[in-house]
Design a protein around this ligand. Structure first.
Ligand code: SAM
Length: 314
């Protein structure tokens, strides 16, 4: 049933946005001593190799995280020349949110380079304190096995649980968490058209059970009615629950034009994505105001690249 494998997409521009924000959310939520429960409803395999066959085949990391690293840290790896503005910002220092993201990645590559890319489970686990808990849902038979094996190597004991179950329906079991502090990352593959409605239904129920949790939903911005509607539906849900929200988006290229990379024509691929956060920390919007224009400059693939940042309910 599932053909999506995140290994093909690890480190793409969607991951850059999602993981940079995830780190910022965790930094804020771990400032208070009270235990935090993190629930990743769609966890993937946990850890990826950017020098492996999957990543090489898709080259998505080359147009994502490897671009940032090649400019900022001279990491090895394919570099795609920017086709956009002459002001590419190549010499600019990364904003604090992006610097934290790049430093976190460097922590997974202690010998230098960028061959290991951490997925959300490994990023979260790295930033947890002993009192915190991590619940990981992953349904793909191969990826859930790989995830379980990767997590076992961390010897994290009871702190991390891997569940081979549907994350959409499994989330409710953990809400509200005992300490009444939770971060939920909902990052489906959107392989099924029904995923869009499932995200909205999941968030509606979660907000009823636990309105003060922090919820981060990643979504693709693609020319498809369900995708177009999703951020609007999420806003309505947050507004009805009386909760503040933030919606950040990053577009790297037009959704219509075929792209030419180093002279060769490529399939268009993901043009843009967004992250919708309910109950964001107050520090997130200013951090993104600095980071998003940099991501546009560094990751632009054509002149349609731009970012968006909206907030409500504050
Ligand atoms: N969150 C990961 C990260 O940032 O590293 C990437 C996750 S990937 C976009 C989505 C994953 O969800 C895939 O590995 C897919 O197999 C899995 N999946 C699809 N439907 C699911 C469901 N209903 N419940 C749990 N996992 C599911």
């Amino acid at each position: 049933m599932f053909s999506y494998r995140h290994a093909f997409h690890a480190g793409n521009h969607g991951d850059v946005l999602k993981h940079a924000v995830l780190i910022a959310l965790l930094r804020h939520l771990t400032l208070k001593d009270t235990a935090l429960t993190v629930i990743d409803t769609h966890a993937g395999a946990g850890l990826y190799r950017l020098d492996g066959d999957y990543a090489r085949t898709s080259s998505e990391a080359a147009a994502g995280v490897l671009r940032l690293l090649s400019d900022k840290k001279s990491a090895p790896g394919p570099v795609i020349k920017r086709k956009s503005a002459p002001d590419s910002g190549a010499d600019e220092a990364p904003s604090p949110l992006l610097a934290d993201y790049l430093d976190t990645l460097a922590g997974f590559n202690p010998g230098g380079g960028s061959s290991i890319y951490p997925g959300s489970p490994f990023i979260v686990q790295r930033l947890l304190r002993p009192q915190d808990r991590l619940k990981l849902f992953e349904m793909h038979p191969t990826d859930s096995r790989t995830l379980a094996a990767n997590i076992a190597q961390l010897e994290a004991g009871r702190q991390v649980a891997v569940l081979r179950e549907d994350g959409f329906s499994g989330l409710r079991r953990f809400l509200p968490p005992p300490s009444r502090r939770a971060l939920v990352l909902c990052d489906p593959s959107y392989e099924l058209k029904t995923d869009y409605a499932a995200v909205a239904e999941m968030l509606a129920e979660a907000l009823k059970r636990f309105a003060t949790g922090t919820y981060a939903v990643w979504y693709p911005l693609i020319p498809r009615p369900e995708a177009h509607d999703l951020p609007r539906r999420l806003k309505t849900l947050a507004q009805r629950a009386g909760r503040p929200w933030l919606n950040a988006s990053l577009t790297v290229k037009s959704s219509r034009l075929p792209v030419r990379v180093d002279g060769a024509e490529r399939r268009p691929g993901l043009p843009a994505s967004g992250l919708f956060v309910v109950n964001p920390p107050h520090t997130l919007a200013p951090a993104l105001q600095a980071a998003l224009p940099q991501l546009v400059r560094w990751l632009a693939q054509d002149e349609h690249a731009h970012s968006g940042l909206e907030q409500g309910g504050n």
